[in-house]
Design a protein around this ligand. Structure first.
Ligand code: AMP
Ligand code: TRP
Length: 324
């Protein structure tokens, strides 16, 4: 089974992206042929600082390794280093209906958020994502819930190409967790925890005092009881989800433990748990920050391995489309 997924180098990894995507990647690398990459081309659709961008990409690579990605068990590379992604993206542009792109939620949200920079890349973003996936004949794509719509479109594009030109692509499936596919912001439990709103994020590499401060001041709901009710108590439901994921216990068990104990005690226990569970990631990241040559070498090896698969698919695509 071939598994592929990507992450944008737009900020530090937070417990949302860890829970929705990376925790799945860690498990899947034990059982499948895994390919993970840093989606630097996707990140260019919103403003980036050229002077620091390459540092950010390397930082994301170090964070992935610190979070538990094992270069012995998976391929890790930088998207822009394999030219076939942009090449395939263009071919797929020519068969993707415009209407599919304009209805994408992420396009609508980002064009609201970046009103002064509604570039064509924001619109065609999901086509590049489809290219990322289809280039590697991917079976499964482990992602958070926000990516579900893009995955549906990748399937539509794969089927359309296969119908029009003959079978080249595998039709991929999204892999979504039942619990943890959408972690909400700590300062607003009605909004997704997102790198574009740092105030609501708890980062995987936050220091203990920061973790405690963020958890203790997380927005909760009126009332007192610790009960999982995402509609009436979205703040507590979100914190229960996080607790459950990091404790490795079902939500019902945690509800029972804290049922009548009050928010402060529950939050204090969650802060203690996170400080403990995130310690190895903090330590590993500090170590990797001093080993840039090693990180770069992993990315080079990853590129070489991924390139072989990408080139094979592109050859087939060009032939099927009648390109010389
Ligand atoms: P990004 O950091 O936006 O490139 O996202 C990387 C991966 O993390 C994608 O698979 C997202 O769906 C997932 N992800 C991002 N934010 C969250 C969140 N708040 N909850 C769950 N998954 C998330
Ligand atoms: N769009 C994804 C995100 O923002 C990142 C991404 C790019 C991706 N290409 C991909 C995820 C291919 C899965 C497969 O999170």
């Amino acid at each position: 089974m071939r598994i592929l997924s990507g992450i944008q180098p737009t900020g530090s990894i937070h417990i949302g992206s860890y829970s929705g995507a990376i925790s799945q990647w860690k498990e899947l690398q034990q059982i499948g042929e895994c390919i993970f990459f840093i989606a630097d081309l996707h990140a260019l659709t919103v403003p980036q600082e050229p002077d620091t961008f390459s540092k950010q990409v390397l930082n994301t690579a170090a964070e992935l390794l610190a979070a538990g990605m094992d270069p012995e068990k998976c391929i890790i590379f930088i998207q822009s280093e394999i030219k076939e992604h942009t090449e395939l993206s263009w071919y797929l542009n020519t068969i993707t209906p415009l209407g599919e792109l304009t209805r994408m939620t992420q396009f609508k949200e980002k064009s609201q958020q970046f009103k002064n920079n509604i570039n064509a890349g924001l619109l065609t973003y999901p086509i590049l994502q489809a290219a990322d996936i289809l280039l590697y004949q991917t079976d499964s794509v482990p992602v958070g819930k926000d990516q579900k719509q893009h995955l549906e479109l990748a399937k539509i594009i794969a089927r359309k190409f296969n119908q029009k030109y003959g079978k080249v692509f595998k039709v991929p499936e999204a892999l979504l967790l039942e619990t943890g596919a959408k972690i909400m912001a700590l300062n607003n439990p009605k909004k997704k925890m997102s790198k574009s709103s740092p105030a609501g994020c708890l980062y995987l590499f936050d220091e203990p005092d920061i973790i405690r401060k963020k958890v203790m001041s997380a927005v909760t709901d009126p009332g007192k009881s610790i009960k999982y009710d995402p509609v009436k108590k979205p703040g507590i439901a979100n914190l229960l989800t996080v607790y459950s994921l990091f404790a490795g216990k079902p939500i019902s068990q945690i509800e029972k433990k804290f049922g009548k104990k009050g928010y402060a005690e529950f939050k204090k226990s969650l802060a203690d748990l996170l400080i403990l569970k995130l310690e190895p990631y903090r330590r590993k990241k500090k170590e990797l920050q001093t080993r840039e040559v090693y990180v770069r070498e992993i990315l080079t090896q990853g590129r070489k391995r991924a390139e072989i698969i990408a080139q094979t698919t592109i050859k087939d695509v060009r032939k099927k489309m009648g390109l010389i």
